[in-house]
Design a protein around this ligand. Structure first.
Ligand code: GLC
Length: 563
């Protein structure tokens, strides 16, 4: 008897948290977010580089595939040392992409189409061409403290950087500036000096950037490299990890206890959450980019953000087993703080090899299908929806600083160019990306057969699979149902979503390269007969086929959704 009120309270609580989330306008819940890399999406003026008018002209594609949101990688004034992640003016558009007017047209059209627009906010660093950096060099107040400056160390009469910190793009994270007579910190390229978040004036200025873009139609931000905002005040050396096998210039040789995840980071995020919340309009999404541990990632939820979940990228590969997936998925879901928070699953991005290349062509749909069936938000990178693959590039074709700084022998281990080549729209010149046949990165030669138009005209395609996943997320069982990840025999993984009085949704993934027959009905406690909703490309079972779930044959490497 005593337990009943508790149960009622629990049910009411669950109902209320779902209801409250919607009432507060968490519009991103149970949708897909689509990352656009503007340089490579669509070129409207034939200069070989994608631009805002190009994106505007293709927004219907986002509506067609059913994503809720376009997140644009940086479009701001930049010398393009890191292709837009080095910003020389946080509140204007780079001419290569267009103008503020073009941006207004883009957001206006997005609004009429019901799409949200999320911008990339790059708070950790600016370009060395930013006027504030120039003033900082000259020690003009308050800019003198906008960046992280430090005297050199004199060892045996020669000047050396203040400590052993290494840049994410190889070599010391410190660069000498003769004019100021000090070193400045750059955790990425030399042209990306780190901003100093211990300066109140700098913090205020960066907050104004958020307000500026919200006033111009941004629905939120993806916050770049947030974990790196603060460094140890004593600038202590970071511990060296022995025997990494990495080149000595690689920042992976250090344990980043003094340059990442400092507690102050979360305080700044909380202040950003507050400041965007008072600006009115729909609730703003703050997606945080931090490649970190799960407990530290969870702290972003509690600070008003959504930590991008990179487990599909950092913890899992094409040779992972069903148990590796289960462990990683369960760990994220069970670590999430209680309350109405959205889980999320990042399938790919502009910093990592494409999903179809990481997992192999025959598993190109696997991650999107997981992101579609698991609770929360799926985050895909432009081209994932058609199974685009990495482009292999020579040293001479390499432009990414991460690749260039690694040199001709190692560039391919570091370069992010392979995943950044132009979007493959059709089989015309430059894959329909540009009227020019000279594009900033070469088009993948496979575009003649791997392109959106062709997939639209084919019955089975990655495009068709993706569209069905978006449809699935709209079902009540996907929004509020339970999620179980179950290890089955012979390297099969099952994911089941259940809601009382609704048909369960079942995803089966074959992690082996042979046919496996399973009794999914018993393993997963689902009906003996189910219907095929969608299958990964390459599997020869038609959607709508009624199957016997007690002896269901899953082809090699296949992913199958049954309802
Ligand atoms: C983030 C971006 C990456 C960039 C780096 C420095 O990790 O995603 O592309 O190079 O920050 O801004």
């Amino acid at each position: 008897m005593l337990r009943e009120p508790k149960v009622l309270l629990f049910l009411f609580g669950a109902f209320w948290s779902t209801f409250a989330a919607d009432a507060l306008g968490d519009w991103w819940k149970d949708t897909f977010i689509y990352q656009i890399y503007p340089r490579s999406f669509k070129d409207s003026n034939g200069d070989g580089v994608g631009d805002l008018n190009g994106i505007t002209s293709k927004l219907e594609h986002l509506v067609d595939i059913g994503v809720s949101t376009a997140w644009l990688s940086p479009i701001f004034v930049s010398p393009m040392v890191d292709f837009g992640y080095d910003i020389a003016n946080f509140t204007d558009i780079d001419p290569i992409f267009g103008t503020l007017k073009d941006f207004e047209r883009l957001t206006a059209k997005a609004k009429t189409l019901g799409l949200k627009v999320v911008l990339d906010f790059v708070p950790n660093h600016s370009s060395d061409k930013h006027p504030s950096f120039q003033k900082s060099i000259q020690r003009i107040k308050p800019y003198d403290e906008y960046y992280v400056w430090k005297d050199g160390k004199i060892v045996n009469g020669t000047r050396q950087p203040p400590n052993n910190w290494l840049s994410g793009f190889q070599g010391s994270a410190w660069e000498w500036n003769a004019q100021r007579g000090q070193y400045y910190l750059h955790q990425f390229a030399v042209g990306q000096p780190d901003l100093n978040y211990r300066s109140a004036a700098l913090r205020k200025e960066m907050e104004n950037v958020l307000a500026f873009w919200i006033a111009r139609g941004a629905d939120g931000f993806r916050i770049d490299a947030i974990a790196l905002l603060f460094e140890d005040e004593g600038l202590r050396d970071e511990p060296v990890i022995p025997n990494t096998g990495l080149p000595p210039t690689d920042s992976g040789n250090l344990e980043h206890i003094y340059t990442r995840d400092l507690p102050e980071v979360y305080e700044v995020l909380k202040s950003w959450r507050k400041s965007v919340d008072v600006l009115g309009g729909d609730k703003k999404i703050l997606l945080t980019e931090a490649y970190t541990t799960i407990p530290l990632a969870m702290k972003y939820y509690e600070s008003g953000g959504i930590p991008m979940n990179f487990v599909f990228i950092t913890n899992l590969t094409g040779s992972s087993k069903n148990r590796d997936f289960k462990r990683n998925i369960d760990r994220w879901l069970s670590s999430m703080p209680r309350g109405s928070y959205a889980a999320n699953w990042v399938v790919g991005n502009h910093d990592n090899h494409r999903a179809a290349s990481r997992f192999g062509r025959n598993r190109a749909d696997q991650l999107s299908m997981l992101a579609g069936v698991l609770p929360g938000v799926g985050i895909i990178y432009n081209g994932d929806e058609i199974g685009m693959e990495d482009t292999s590039l020579t040293w001479d074709q390499t432009v990414d600083p991460a690749g260039c700084n690694a040199g001709p022998n190692k560039y391919s281990q570091y370069s992010r160019d392979p995943e950044r080549t132009p979007y493959q729209w059709d089989n015309t010149i430059s894959a329909g990306f540009s009227e020019s046949n000279r594009t900033w990165l070469p088009v993948n030669p496979n575009y003649k057969t791997l392109n959106l138009l062709r997939q639209k005209m084919t019955v089975t395609s990655h495009y068709a699979v993706f569209k069905k996943l978006v449809g699935l997320k709209k079902l009540p069982v996907m929004k509020t149902g339970t999620a179980e990840v179950i290890l089955m025999e012979n390297n099969i993984l099952g994911v089941v979503r259940r809601l009382p009085d609704a048909s369960p949704v079942v995803l089966l993934i074959n992690f082996s390269d042979i046919n496996v027959v399973v009794d999914a009905s018993t393993w997963l406690n689902v009906p003996e007969e189910l219907n095929v909703y969608v299958v990964s490309v390459g599997v020869d079972i038609a959607a709508g086929t009624r199957v016997n779930a007690t002896a269901f044959k899953i082809p090699p490497a296949a992913s199958v959704i049954l309802v």
